[in-house]
Design a protein around this ligand. Structure first.
Ligand SMILES: [Fe+2]
Ligand SMILES: [Fe+2]
Length: 246
């Protein structure tokens, strides 16, 4: 095939791909839709195929994706976690805290917002020290409670976002009480201390700054994230193919 023929062939393949019906995988749980109601049948269902693989609107992931591939090709804006991790470094935090800061909002950036601390912890659990995933899980609750001993106050931003009368749900209060008395409390608390609510748009932190910290503290599976049959592999796969019909 000539270059032109190849280009034409790939364009044709792309057009066919785009012709597939895209249904957001998370539609049943995202709150955009009453889950008791049947999903409306696309008008051309039966004439077109459903999306079952790579979504041509997204960059293709490598066969064995690494954490950094997800940062580059799948996660939403990453300056917030990168700046938090840099701040932790600057504040003299250890590598576990720096990694926890880098990953603390990974669920929001790639997966789901609600209860993001729990989702994020579960996502990275097979690949990090238990203390790191514990800290990510509990930053979910700790961020709602001040700790004067480290100068952490209830975020101004939350008053704006949730109103002055918002009171965290009982399960969050309970998680806070539990975390407070845990030996890893400070690891999780340091995520909230280094969590920047209004980050500096003039600074650009590059992922490469954390190559060594990640290399030493994140057990990258040789099969790639999503394909190592870990308890969270399916979650990484959902980020690779977020519009897969089944
Ligand atoms: Fe967070
Ligand atoms: Fe955050």
């Amino acid at each position: 095939m000539s270059t032109l023929q190849r280009a034409e062939a790939s364009e044709h393949a792309m057009a066919q791909e785009l012709d597939r019906i895209v249904v957001k995988s998370a539609i049943y749980v995202s709150g955009e839709h009453d889950p008791r109601q049947p999903v409306p049948r696309p008008p051309d269902a039966g004439r077109r195929y459903m999306m079952m693989g790579d979504d041509p609107r997204l960059p293709t992931m490598p066969d064995r994706p690494t954490l950094f591939d997800f940062f580059r090709l799948r996660l939403g804006p990453t300056q917030h976690p990168l700046q938090s991790a840099r701040l932790a470094l600057k504040n003299g935090a250890g590598e576990k805290v720096v990694l926890a800061c880098l990953l603390h909002d990974i669920a929001i950036a790639g997966f789901i917002r609600a209860d993001h601390g729990y989702w994020g912890a579960q996502l990275v659990e097979p690949y990090v020290d238990e203390e790191v995933s514990w800290a990510i899980r509990h930053h979910q609750a700790l961020r709602f409670f001040a700790d004067e001993s480290v100068g952490y106050q209830y975020p101004e931003m939350y008053v704006k976002l949730f109103g002055p009368d918002y009171v965290p749900e009982p399960y969050i209060q309970e998680a806070h009480r539990y975390a407070r008395n845990h030996r890893w409390y400070m690891t999780s608390r340091l995520i909230t201390v280094n969590d920047l609510y209004s980050f500096d748009t003039s600074i650009r932190v590059e992922l490469e700054e954390f190559t060594d910290v990640v290399g030493r503290n994140f057990k990258q599976p040789k099969e790639g994230l999503g394909f190592d049959a870990s308890p969270s592999a399916h979650m990484w796969r959902t980020m690779i193919w977020p519009t897969k019909y089944l």
